[in-house]
Design a protein around this ligand. Structure first.
Ligand code: THG
Length: 267
């Protein structure tokens, strides 16, 4: 599993405060903690408390500060093309890896973001959203996934550099959504050869619910069985990471040993 740490996001109070105060220390500490806990990449999102006009400069600051402590992949989380470009410039400097999080499926957005992905050799996440909003059926989600892959191929991006995201809705407002997501994940994996990656923003699922950790854990395990191979979540949630590692063990993706949890973390 490719784990994208979700915690450098202005929506978390402590990180939002640090962003507004231009205090780099909590940002760097959060990057280091997530990497120590097993993150393979870090999501970078300035949040909603920063005024729109300041977001390009603030994204640059946030990425540059994170880059002070790590060379791993940084996923620039913004729907705005200008903020994305500034974020990628900082993330991908000196040949380091970056990721576009994300594009939607409208033709004009797709072509602009795919060009950026090509320019920066960045991976790219395509959401199951288009001019009609969030696709609600598996068929509609897969249709958008197909358009995302076609747009990638058009600019010469391999289908396995694309991450399709079926969109995770909170369980407490859409109880049939998890089942639809599982079906979508299975179908995404059949869309191309090589298959695209499939990613979700796991924590969305349990927003506003009690038993958040348990809900996240149970769904992540099911989604991995369906073909999920990347997840934006909290790597500091140790029980979640243990459930994820165990799911991979049970699917024969690593060799059993009594100390398999430790072995996974050491690799
Ligand atoms: N897909 C993609 N990218 C995404 C998402 C997605 N990026 C953003 C989001 N969804 C994933 N990241 C988060 C980060 C935090 C939370 C949920 C998703 C979260 N935050 C707490 C809350 O709202 O309760 C805040 C807690 C606090 O304030 O401390 O749940 O789906 N491609």
């Amino acid at each position: 599993m490719f784990v994208i740490g979700e915690r450098i996001n202005g929506m978390f109070t402590a990180i939002g405060d640090a962003i507004l105060a231009k205090d780099p220390q909590p940002i760097r500490a959060m990057a280091e903690q997530q990497i120590a806990a097993g993150a393979n990449a870090l999501d970078i999102n300035v949040g909603t408390r920063v005024p729109k006009a300041e977001r390009p400069a603030v994204m640059k600051w946030l990425v540059e500060n994170t880059r002070e402590v790590t060379d791993i992949c940084l996923a620039i989380d913004t729907p705005n093309l200008e903020v994305m470009r500034v974020g990628l410039e900082a993330a991908c400097s000196k040949g380091r890896p970056g990721m576009i999080n994300s594009t939607t499926g409208q033709a004009d957005k797709l072509s602009a973001f795919m060009k950026l992905a090509k320019e920066f050799q960045a991976r790219i996440i395509g959401l199951s959203i288009d001019e009609n909003g969030v696709a609600s059926t598996a068929d509609a989600k897969v249709e958008i996934g197909m358009r995302v892959l076609a747009a990638a191929m058009e600019v010469g991006i391999a289908t396995d550099e694309v991450y399709l995201d079926p969109i995770t809705l909170p369980l407490n407002c859409a109880q049939d959504a998890p089942g639809i997501m599982l079906e979508t994940i299975r179908q995404f994996k059949l869309l191309s050869d090589p298959a695209p990656h499939v990613v979700i923003g796991l924590s969305n699922l349990s927003q506003g619910a009690t038993e958040r950790g348990l809900i996240n854990r149970a769904f992540l395990v099911m989604a991995i069985q369906a073909g999920l191979d990347a997840s934006i979540h909290d790597p500091l949630d140790e029980e979640l990471m243990n459930a994820m590692i165990t799911a991979e063990l049970l699917l024969n993706k690593m060799i059993y040993s009594d100390s398999y949890l430790k072995a996974y973390r050491q690799r």
